[in-house]
Design a binder for this molecule. Structure first.
Ligand code: ATP
Length: 339
């Protein structure tokens, strides 16, 4: 079975979208390679959906260019762009069967009935939907409905799949399973995926690259490991990682004009340390324990393995900051500075 789409890279050049005088997307340039699984990650309102919608052609840029393959597509209608969009709300036709829903884009294109049925059957098999082809969407679970929406995107054989928070209506267990299915689907289709989420776990587990956005701008683009291990700014350091990276004011850890960041798993309880603090909260999460305290006015979290002895609320503890795990940021710009 072959669902190999005509694969294409996506290039965004100085892309800007202004709504009511405010830039929702502000001068974003981003290269998304063929076959990439690019995650657009950021908090609510950072402009990631608007960016995705400009790739799909559902929103016109105020300035800048969108290219798919070698073609500038700014003036090309969404239908002609060879892009399929999958939304959070599955947008299925409730009165049509699963089969008819999956076939619909092919019907619109005038594909013959036999050919449509065959392609829908193959897409359904790819997504484990074969036994549900005769059901209506109302008779399916949320996860199954989302898979129908994906199958409907697959039959179009687009060069680029654009997905806007497709898993956010699913419960935690189903989300985990569907994440794995999407990774497998991406490998099988060998297409370019552009995927919007505010969920860092989705970004870390599915993306081949992650573009972190804040206030309409790109903060950092890299592999999930790069953005975790070498965050380019305080924003990225604190957006990726649970709990977020501890960032301490100038002078607390190092006697230089830098902000010092350290991840909770790297901060150590150390009875011999001269940096003393009082434990304010202890969270036993089973597989790990989070110890909360304050350094001056700044809250900090230490993550312990479940097997380590945890202190109690009110205990006086020392903290040590292993140098190899420190991240340094410029206090004026909040950008990373190398040691
Ligand atoms: P969310 O995760 O909440 O969907 P997002 O990061 O996808 O957020 P966008 O939907 O791209 O963010 O919105 C970015 C900004 O642009 C927001 O401030 C939003 O209010 C504004 N915005 C989006 N669409 C429009 C519109 N059609 N008209 C006016 N403002 C808009």
């Amino acid at each position: 079975m072959s669902y190999c789409a005509a694969v294409a890279a996506v290039r965004l050049s100085s892309l800007t979208k202004v709504f009511d005088g405010v830039a929702a997307v502000d001068d974003v340039s981003l290269d998304i390679a063929d076959h990439d699984f690019m995650i657009l990650l950021g908090p609510s309102g950072c402009g990631k959906s608007t960016l995705l919608r400009m790739i799909a052609g559902l929103e016109d840029p105020t300035s800048g260019d969108v290219a798919i393959g070698d073609v500038r597509v700014n003036d090309i209608e969404p239908k002609q762009r060879d892009v399929a969009m999958v939304f959070q709300s599955y947008a299925l036709y409730p009165h049509k069967t699963v089969q008819a829903n999956i076939e619909f884009p092919l019907k619109v294109r005038g594909v013959s009935k036999t050919e449509r049925a065959e392609q829908a059957r193959q897409a359904a098999a790819t997504l484990g939907l074969t036994e549900y082809l005769d059901r209506k969407p109302g008779q399916l679970s949320g996860g199954q409905r989302q898979r129908v929406a994906l199958a409907r995107a697959i039959v179009r054989r687009p060069a680029v799949f654009c997905m806007d928070e497709p898993l956010s209506n699913l419960d935690a267990k189903l989300r985990g399973e569907t994440r794995a299915e999407l990774v497998a689907l991406h490998a099988r289709l060998a297409s370019t995926f552009v995927y919007v989420t505010h969920d860092q776990v989705e970004a870390m587990t599915m993306g081949t690259h992650v573009a972190v956005m804040s206030r309409g701008r790109l903060e950092q683009v890299g592999t999930p490991q790069e953005v975790y291990a070498r965050p380019a700014s305080v924003f990225v350091a604190q957006f990726i990682g649970t709990p977020p990276m501890n960032v301490l004011p100038v002078g607390v850890v190092i006697d230089r004009p830098v902000l010092v960041g350290i991840r909770p798993e790297h901060l150590e309880l150390d009875p011999t340390s001269q940096v003393r603090t009082t434990v304010t909260l202890v969270e036993h999460l089973g597989h790990e324990t989070l110890v909360h305290a304050r350094v001056g006015e700044t809250p900090v979290v230490v993550r312990l393995d479940a097997i380590e002895d945890a202190p109690s609320v009110g205990d006086d503890v020392g903290l040590s900051f292993p140098e190899r795990h420190l991240h340094l940021f410029d206090p004026a710009t909040s950008r990373r500075v190398d040691a």
